[in-house]
Design a protein around this ligand. Structure first.
Ligand code: IVH
Length: 676
C-alpha cells in the first residue's frame, strides 16, 4: 500500500474514534461496547507502530488514554490549593531562607527547621472529612475551585473512609497526591504517555468503575481547612497522618540548615531510580505552623515552602532552525527547532533561546550541535554549543529587526533602573495592531487566572482566529454558535458546553478583569491591588479621563513602571474600545468588602524607618489581615504614620503638618490588641 493510502485509512480510523469518544463522553450515548472500542484503539496503535509517519493529536497514544469527562461539578475549596515556587540550586535555597528570615525580622544567617518531603509527580486532591467520615473529594482545579471527583476517589484503597481516632479533627480537608506506581504503570504504558497522565486521566473518568481499573495510590502531606487541631508542626502532622491511617512518604525527613538540605537532596537524587514512584524534587516546608502562619502567602504560593527540583536531564542535538515567537507584550522569543531527541522519556523538538542577548552570548547558529537541558515541567533550553563540532560555513545568526508578525520595527528598551538596554527585543506596535500579539493577548484573556473559560484553550483561540471569528477579546462573547456547530470537530453538545462556559464567565471579579486585559507590568498581584483600591470598574475606566492614574502611586507595590504602562494602555484607542465593549457585555463585580470587620477597618497606615523583630512586609500583611490599608505617601487620607528606627525626617514633618497621628510599633500592637 502506498503512503497516502495508509494515511487515509489511518485518518478514517481516527475520525471514527473521535466520533465514538464524543458519543461516549459528551453525549453519554455509547455507540459500541467497551470491547469493540478497545479493538478500534488497538488497530490505531498497531498502525502507528508499523508506520512511524502516522500521527494525530486525537490518537490514543497521545497524552490521554481516556478522554477525561468535563461534566464534574465545580466546588470552591474552603482554603485555596496553592502551588509552589521552584528552586534549582543551593543558591536558590540560600535566597529562600534569607527572604524568610528578612520577613520575620531575623538575622539572615539564622538556621530554620524544615520538613523535607519528596515531591511526588502525581495529581493533588483534597479530601473533606466530617466527624471522621470521608464525605467529599475535590481535584485541585484552578486552586480556588476544584471538581467534585468524590466517587472516583472513593475507589482508592489508600484513602481511609472512616476514621475513629479521638484526636481526629471534627472537620478537616486532608490533602495529598494521587499517583500510579511505576510497576503498575508498566501495564498501562501503551495507553498513556506517562504515569502522571494516566493518574490524571483515570481520576477524571465519568464512571468510577473505569477509575477502579487503574491501581491508584494516595499519599497525604498537608491540610486545607481544619477546625481545632492541636498539632504544632508539619513533622508531627505527618506522624499523625499515618496514625490516622493515611500513607505518608517513607522518605520524609526533618532537617535544619541548607547544607543538610543539600546532602539529603543529593542522596535522594541518587536513590531516585530505585524508588517505585516518580519524584521530581523535594518540597521543603518551614516546620513550625506558627511561623507558617506568620509568613503567609504571596499570590498563589506560600512564603514558607519551596520545591527543590531535581537536576535536569541533558541531551545532544542539532539546531535545525530558529523561530521567532511574538508574545503578548511584544517580546520576541527565539525558539530553536532541534532534531527530536528523547530526554528522560520525553521527546524534545523545541528549546527556548530566551532572548537576543542569549543568542549573542552563546553565539548560537543554525546548524550547531548543542547540549539541551530539560528540568521538570520547565521549557527545555540550550546550555552550550559544541564549538569543536561547528561546521565551517555556519553564519552568525542575525536577529530580525522587523516583527515577523506585523512588520513593525523591533526595539530594545532602555531600563532606567538598571541603566542598561533590555535583553529582550520587542515589537514596537501597540498591542492589537500586531496579529501575533493579539492572539497571545486573547489566550491570556481566557487563561486560568483570568477568565478561565472551560474548553476555550490555546488551540481554539488559534483556530477561531484563523477563521476570523475573533479579533478582539469581546468577540468571544458574541460568537456565532450556529456556525461553530457546522465546523469540523464540533457538535451540538460540545457547542452547548462552550456556550455555557462562556456565559458563566460573563460574571467576573474586578481583579480578574483587570488582570485579563494583559496590561504590561500588571500581573495578578498588581491587578488585585488596583481592584482593591478602585473598588468599581467605572473608577478604572475613568482613570485616565479624570487624570487619576498617578494617584495609583499611593498603592504600596505600584511604582513608576506600572504607572507608565497604564498611561500607555489608556492612550490606545483600541484598548479603550475593548474596555467599553467589555463593560457593556460583562457583569464585573465590585471588589467585595469582606474582611472589613477587622480591628483596623477603614484605617490607613504608612511606615517609615526600620521595625524591630518583624519586617516591613510582615507588618504590612498583619495590618491587611486586620482590614487596614497601607499607602506609600503621606497625604490627608493617612490615619497613622508608624515610625521605626531612623525614620525619614521629611515624612515625619509632612505628617505632623497634616496633624496625622504618629505611632511606634508598640502602639500598633495595642491597636491590634496584641502584645509585642
Ligand atoms: S504541599 C502549600 N507537599 O506539588 C503547598 N505538595 O507545586 C502545596 N506535591 O500541587 C502543597 N508532594 O501536587 C505539598 N509533600 C508535598 C508534595 C506536594 C507533591 C505537589 C502537589 C502540589 C504541587 C505544588
Amino acid at each position: 500500500m502506498d503512503k497516502n493510502k495508509i494515511k487515509k485509512k489511518y485518518n478514517e480510523k481516527i475520525q471514527n474514534l473521535v466520533k465514538l469518544n464524543k458519543h461516549y463522553y459528551d453525549l453519554s450515548k455509547p455507540l459500541v461496547n467497551d470491547h469493540e472500542y478497545d479493538q478500534i484503539k488497538e488497530e490505531i496503535l498497531s498502525l502507528e507502530k508499523k508506520y512511524i509517519f502516522l500521527e494525530s493529536e486525537n490518537s490514543p497514544s497521545k497524552i490521554v488514554g481516556f478522554k477525561p469527562s468535563r461534566t464534574f461539578k465545580k466546588i470552591s475549596h474552603r482554603v485555596p490549593m496553592l502551588s509552589l515556587s521552584n528552586a534549582f540550586s543551593e543558591e536558590d535555597l540560600i535566597n529562600f531562607e534569607k527572604k524568610i528570615n528578612n520577613f520575620l525580622g531575623q538575622k539572615s544567617s539564622n538556621q530554620l527547621e524544615y520538613s523535607a518531603e519528596p515531591k511526588i509527580d502525581g495529581i493533588s486532591a483534597s479530601l473533606i472529612f466530617k466527624k471522621g467520615k470521608f464525605i467529599m473529594g475535590l481535584s485541585r482545579g484552578d486552586g480556588k475551585e476544584g471538581e467534585d471527583i468524590t466517587n472516583n476517589l472513593m475507589t482508592i484503597d489508600d484513602i481511609p473512609k472512616n476514621i475513629s481516632a479521638e484526636n481526629f479533627p471534627d472537620e478537616i480537608d486532608i490533602r495529598g497526591e494521587v499517583f500510579i506506581q511505576n510497576n503498575d504503570f508498566e501495564n498501562l504504558k501503551d495507553k498513556f504517555a506517562n504515569a502522571r497522565n494516566a493518574a490524571s486521566g483515570s481520576l477524571r473518568q465519568k464512571n468510577p468503575q473505569d477509575t477502579k481499573k487503574i491501581p491508584l495510590k494516595f499519599i497525604a502531606y498537608t491540610f486545607g481547612y481544619v477546625n481545632k487541631m492541636e498539632i504544632k508542626n508539619q513533622s508531627n502532622y505527618l506522624q499523625q497522618l499515618s496514625k490516622w491511617g493515611f500513607k505518608t512518604n517513607p522518605f520524609n525527613k526533618t532537617i535544619s540548615g541548607i547544607k543538610n538540605l543539600m546532602k539529603n537532596y543529593q542522596e535522594l537524587e541518587k536513590k531516585r531510580n530505585e524508588i517505585d514512584f516518580d519524584i521530581d524534587g523535594i518540597v521543603y516546608k518551614i516546620n513550625s505552623f506558627d511561623l507558617q502562619k506568620r509568613l503567609g502567602n504571596v499570590a498563589n504560593s506560600p512564603r514558607w515552602a519551596i520545591a527543590h527540583k531535581f537536576s535536569a536531564n541533558k541531551g545532544i542535538s542539532e539546531i535545525l532552525n530558529i523561530d521567532i515567537q511574538v508574545g503578548r507584550t511584544g517580546a520576541l522569543t527565539p525558539v530553536a527547532k532541534i532534531k527530536p531527541i528523547n530526554i528522560g522519556g520525553v521527546v524534545v523538538s523545541n528549546a527556548t533561546l530566551h532572548n537576543e542577548d542569549e543568542i549573542i552570548r552563546k553565539d548560537i547558529r543554525i546548524g550547531d550541535i548543542v547540549v539541551v537541558e530539560r528540568a521538570g515541567d520547565v521549557i527545555p533550553h540550550i546550555i552550550e554549543v559544541d564549538l569543536k563540532k561547528r561546521k565551517k560555513n555556519l553564519k552568525k545568526y542575525i536577529f530580525p529587526i522587523k516583527c515577523p508578525s506585523c512588520g513593525a520595527k523591533t526595539i530594545k528598551e532602555y531600563n532606567s533602573i538598571t541603566k542598561k538596554n533590555d535583553a529582550v527585543r520587542r515589537c514596537s506596535s501597540e498591542g492589537y495592531e500586531c496579529d501575533k500579539m493579539t492572539i497571545e493577548k486573547i489566550k491570556h484573556f481566557v487563561s486560568k487566572e483570568a477568565f478561565n473559560i472551560d474548553g476555550f484553550g490555546k488551540k481554539i483561540v488559534e483556530n477561531f482566529w484563523k477563521l476570523k471569528m475573533i479579533r478582539l477579546p469581546q468577540d468571544i462573547f458574541v460568537l456565532n454558535y450556529e456556525e461553530i456547530k457546522t465546523m469540523d470537530g464540533w457538535g451540538q453538545q460540545s457547542v452547548a458546553n462552550l456556550k455555557y462556559s462562556i456565559e458563566e464567565k460573563k460574571n467576573i471579579s474586578f481583579e480578574k478583569f483587570i488582570y485579563a486585559l494583559g496590561i504590561r507590568h500588571i500581573g495578578f498581584e498588581n491587578a488585585r491591588l488596583i481592584a482593591k483600591t478602585l473598588k468599581t470598574p467605572e473608577n478604572f475606566i475613568n482613570l485616565s479621563k479624570e487624570n487619576k492614574i498617578d494617584d495609583l502611586l499611593n498603592i504600596d507595590g505600584i511604582g513608576e513602571t506600572q504607572i507608565t504602562s497604564l498611561k500607555k494602555f489608556f492612550l490606545n484607542r483600541t484598548n479603550l474600545k475593548v474596555l467599553q465593549d467589555l463593560q457593556k457585555i460583562l457583569k464585573i463585580q465590585k471588589t467585595s468588602q469582606n474582611k472589613k470587620d477587622g480591628v483596623l477597618s477603614d484605617k490607613i497606615f504608612m511606615f517609615t524607618g526600620k521595625l524591630t523583630g518583624m519586617s516591613r512586609a510582615e507588618a504590612k500583611s498583619l495590618i491587611e489581615k486586620n482590614s487596614g490599608t497601607i499607602i506609600s505617601n503621606v497625604s490627608k487620607k493617612l490615619d497613622y504614620l508608624i515610625i521605626g528606627e531612623k525614620p525619614t525626617k521629611r515624612k515625619v514633618e509632612a505628617a505632623k503638618e497634616l496633624k496625622i497621628k504618629i505611632i511606634d510599633q508598640s502602639e500598633l500592637y495595642k491597636l491590634l490588641n496584641k502584645s509585642s
